[in-house]
Write a protein that binds this ligand. Structure first.
Ligand SMILES: Cc1cc2nc3c(=O)[nH]c(=O)nc-3n(C[C@H](O)[C@H](O)[C@H](O)COP(=O)(O)OP(=O)(O)OC[C@H]3O[C@@H](n4cnc5c(N)ncnc54)[C@H](O)[C@@H]3O)c2cc1C
Ligand code: SF4
Ligand code: SF4
Length: 649
């Protein structure tokens, strides 16, 4: 099938792109403002494919300054959007550990003692220090609290009502189609791999970015010519079965890649075209979020924003945003620099909720829905080649997220609008979507924008966390207060190089023999190890209440159920089973947000598609490197259907 423009993913970046584009494709009298190349006399045919089963099921992000959103919708009022509220009171809290179960450095323990000694003179309440001053860069004054799911549904309706754009949810893109016969006029970007001798001629598609992929392809000779959708009617391994329908090829002059931080198409292009010199995507966090009904007598007002650090582990950041009607979004981020082999976001989220400062607000509340998602934290370090012949990249997968301010929605949206303006300029000038033309229009706009300027300030702001939380916080403050001129720390190291074994991590708290016993018990029950280890290490038991504190399995069944349609291949694949067999840490099992990965048989984990929430934690946390590519792990995370069914997140 042919289209003029095909988009991969409908997150905030594509929403910004399509909002700007769709308004300008047709004149007020209904005639095309610009013409389609495939249907002369008609406006350009624009298609968008979204993996999740409906619009708004695959996104997250709730507090935003909304500068780019307001530029697109100058009349926007929070009152018109479900679950939206203007930002009100903002607080940053340092949470002390009331149980002594977390791992705190000597410096942090000393700071905790000082806070406790001088609490009479400090704003300390319920084991939490309310930071008396927070730098301006952390504030979201004049911004708004949103449910991105709700907002995306609203935007989706606006965009489709123009009649110029089609959005297809429940339709994952399997891969980009790459034509290697094209020779562009421009030279390859710095840092691209050289032209591979023997690069085949003809139009061919590349496989998913898995082990053994031939990635030695040069942007100067390759052109993205569209996308291939996912095969249907296949078994778990992808072999044709009942009702086999091969994924359709969509050919388009421009492919807009906006599939977010774990998108398989973005990662395919990263492999095929390489990253610019010195760029990498080694920083990430897995965010887990609950949407809850607060108790009827809650004192929290709509618009309240709380950010926390220090507990349940010093490395884990938390957030609470209050929507209208007593609904709140709350959650935590487990970052890549947290060197724990038991990185269970679910259990840590429960301990975070139970912190005395927060539990007084949550007690009596009820879980409505939940979700987990990766936050790409490499920022500008993670910027890939933004353009190539026939394609452009926008949003978080293009390195737009600001890692200093923790803001991603507005930035992703802004890059989408910049691309739309560039595309309209090129369409009007009847110029092709070559890398050079896209650089001169889209990249030029992006480089001149606030996204770029603020991204540069933020670029090294998180490097200090490689040396610990205290250094990290100082590094962030330095970068923020000096406009990025000063920073601390060093470039990130991949988790497989730094995460210790379970035995090393719990040394002094749990003996090797006890760990071996717990491991055997958990293996017999086919469950992950983290719960048993945390119990043993002194974490209090979770007082399940059937409302908000529920088992992980129950959460999968409550609001925001996980569903995966039949007839699709497994999208999580253990590439080298022999590496799993000898893997001691098995972090994929511990970190899985949906308990979709279990110990399995013969030492190789088992994957259950029907529990996967598409958070990407397994992809990042695998403790074994891929022998073919040291930047990749032993897990492939491919295009897949399903995930959570909730548009509240
Ligand atoms: C828990 C959490 C809380 C956050 N809170 C905030 C916040 O308060 N404020 C803020 O500004 N930012 C926040 N963020 C960050 C914000 O969510 C992201 O920066 C933003 O969503 C990025 O937008 P995007 O369009 O680039 O990518 P995404 O939002 O990731 O959208 C990508 C889309 O592509 C789809 N997709 C993926 N693969 C395919 C495929 N193969 N085929 C078709 N479709 C595909 C996905 O389903 C998804 O809908 C938060 C992130 C998390 C994880
Ligand atoms: S997928 Fe990675 S973390 Fe999981 S068992 Fe295999 S090698 Fe270990
Ligand atoms: S299997 Fe799915 S739910 Fe589990 S960690 Fe991987 S992406 Fe997340």
């Amino acid at each position: 099938m042919d289209a003029d423009i095909v988009c991969v993913g409908f997150g905030p970046a594509t929403a910004g792109f399509l909002t700007t584009l769709s308004k300008q494709l047709v004149n007020a009298d209904g005639t095309p403002a610009v013409e389609s190349a495939i249907l002369p006399g008609m406006p350009p045919q624009v298609l968008c494919y979204e993996r999740a089963d409906d619009i708004g099921f695959g996104v997250s992000g709730v507090v935003t300054k909304a500068r780019a959103l307001r530029a697109s919708f100058p009349e926007i009022k929070t009152a018109g959007i479900p679950m939206a509220a203007p930002v009100g009171e903002e607080k940053v809290l340092y949470l002390l550990d009331p149980h002594g179960a977390s791992r705190r450095s000597a410096a942090l323990l000393m700071a905790d003692s000082l806070i406790r000694i001088f609490k009479f003179a400090l704003p300390v309440e319920n084991h939490a220090l309310n930071l008396p001053w927070t730098p301006a860069f952390l504030h979201k004054h004049d911004g708004m609290i949103l449910s991105m799911g709700q907002f995306m549904q609203w935007v989706g309706a606006q965009v489709q009502s123009t009649g110029t754009v089609q959005i297809w949810p429940g339709t994952p893109v399997a891969e980009a189609l790459i034509d290697r016969t094209n020779v562009a006029q421009a030279s390859p970007p710095a840092g691209s791999p050289g032209v591979s001798p023997g690069v085949s001629a003809g139009s061919e598609t590349l496989q998913q970015p898995a082990a053994g992929t031939d990635c030695a392809t040069s942007p100067s000779r390759s052109k993205v010519i569209g996308v291939r959708l996912l095969d249907q009617g296949v078994d778990k391994k992808g072999a044709p079965s009942d009702g086999f329908t091969p994924g359709m090829d969509i050919h388009a002059a421009l492919t807009v890649v906006a599939d977010g931080p774990i998108g398989p198409i973005g990662r395919q292009l990263d492999e095929v075209f390489g990253m610019p010199d010195g760029h990498h995507k080694r920083d990430w966090a897995v965010g887990m979020k609950f949407v809850v009904d607060l108790p009827e007598d809650t004192p929290l007002k709509a618009g309240t924003v709380l950010h926390t650090f220090g507990y349940p582990e010093p490395e884990i950041f938390g957030f609470l945003y209050v929507h209208p009607d007593r609904v709140a979004s709350l959650g935590i981020f487990v970052p890549s620099w947290f060197d724990s082999p038991t990185r269970t976001a679910y259990r840590y989220l429960q301990h975070w909720m139970l912190h005395p400062y927060l539990w007084r607000y949550f007690k009596g509340g009820k879980l409505r829905s939940w979700g987990a998602k990766t936050l790409g934290e490499s920022g500008k370090h993670g910027e890939p080649h933004l353009t190539g012949d026939g394609y452009a990249r926008i949003g978080e997968g293009s390195g737009s997220t600001n890692v200093l301010t923790g803001s991603g929605v507005d930035e992703a949206w802004a890059t989408g609008t910049q691309l739309a303006e560039a595309v309209l300029e090129l369409l009007k000038a009847k110029k092709p979507f070559t890398r050079q033309n896209l650089d001169e229009t889209y990249v030029k706009r992006r480089r001149a924008s606030w996204v770029e300027a603020e991204g540069r300030v933020a670029e090294k702001s998180r490097d200090g966390f490689q040396k610990g939380v205290a250094t990290g916080m100082i590094g962030m403050a330095l970068a923020g207060l000096t406009n990025g001129k000063l920073s601390l720390g060093h470039a990130p190291v991949q988790p497989w190089k730094r995460i210790p074994t379970v035995e090393d991590y719990f040394a002094g708290k749990i003996s090797g023999d006890e760990i071996a016993k717990l491991r055997d018990e958990c293996k017999t029950k086919n469950v992950s190890l983290h719960g048993a280890l945390m119990d043993k290490a002194g974490w209090p038991a979770i007082p399940f209440d059937g409302q908000l504190l529920v088992s992980h399995q129950d959460a999968l069944l409550m609001g925001g159920k996980v569903q995966a349609p039949h007839g699709y291949a497994d999208h999580v694949v253990f590439l080298h089973p022999e590496l799993c067999e000898k893997c001691g840490a098995r972090i994929c099992i511990e970190a899985c947000s949906g308990q979709a990965i279990t110990p399995g048989e013969n030492g190789v984990p088992a994957f259950d598609r029907e529990k996967c929430v598409h958070c990407g934690a397994c992809l990042w946390n695998c403790s074994q490197t891929n022998p073919e590519n040291p930047e990749r792990m032993n897990i492939a995370f491919r295009a897949g259907t399903g995930g959570l069914h909730s548009a509240e997140n």
